[in-house]
Design a protein around this ligand. Structure first.
Ligand code: DC
Length: 223
């Protein structure tokens, strides 16, 4: 059975996609699927086997990924490895540093896309990533392209990580790293022509969530 409603949220790194998608899904009573968590889980799984990242082959990443699943938890899914839930370890800096390399492997992309589509079957879902609206769900009922100024994305990320107001120097260094990551992921990060662009630079999270949820309700009401 196909998904009933699919809302895709794509955009660059640290634009707040996952937290927004999760919140929107909760507001609508839909399920959230985070495609980036699968690229992260595949990177983490490959790291458990020997070999420097420069030597990783697509085959070796896929064999690590064979142990990965998506377990349903209330309103969402979490990746598992060998049946064990994966948590914050997939967000660690060493995983973040290598995940773009893994995300460029076409076989890995096909694997992620398959897992995400399976998770979405039979549910109303909010899926977030880089190419959900273009490659994975080209017929989604609503597509959102979420962007924010790099300085603001860096500031939010640091505030969350440090739990205090970051200095301008810290934000500048983080902005530099974020812009480099955007460039590493640029090929995979594609705005759908029929996506609604939402720039969150001057929006609070509740505002962006409400805006997207209102769009989703309007689209659902028409179908
Ligand atoms: O959104 P994130 O930081 O958790 O994404 C992790 C990595 O996966 C990042 O390098 C971009 C990549 N990614 C991708 O290429 N395609 C997706 N649909 C989702 C994430």
């Amino acid at each position: 059975m196909a998904a009933r409603h699919v809302l895709t949220i794509d955009g660059p790194a640290a634009s707040g996609k996952s937290s927004t998608a999760q919140w929107v899904a909760r507001t609508l009573g839909w399920r959230h699927v985070d495609s980036g968590s699968l690229y992260r889980a595949a990177t983490f799984a490959r790291m458990q086997a020997p070999g420097a990242p420069e030597t990783w082959t697509e085959g070796s990443v896929l064999s690590g990924a064979a142990g990965i699943g998506l377990a349903p938890v209330e309103g969402s899914f979490i990746p598992t490895l060998g049946g064990q839930p994966l948590g914050e370890e997939i967000r660690a800096p060493d995983v973040t540093a290598e995940v773009s390399r893994v995300a460029r492997m076409s076989g890995v992309r096909q694997w992620v896309n398959r897992v995400v589509q399976q998770a979405a079957q039979g549910h109303d879902v909010v899926v977030d990533g880089r190419d959900m609206g273009t490659v994975v769900f080209p017929d989604a009922s609503l597509k959102v392209w979420l962007v924010a100024d790099p300085w603001e994305r860096a500031r939010r990320r640091l505030q969350q990580r440090l739990g205090r107001r970051p200095s301008d120097e810290e934000i500048a260094a983080e902005t530099d790293e974020l812009v480099q990551r955007d460039s590493r992921d640029a090929t995979q990060t594609v705005q759908a022509r029929d996506a609604v662009l939402i720039d969150t630079t001057y929006l609070t999270q509740p505002e962006q969530v409400e805006r997207i949820a209102a769009l989703a309700r309007a689209v659902s009401a028409k179908r």
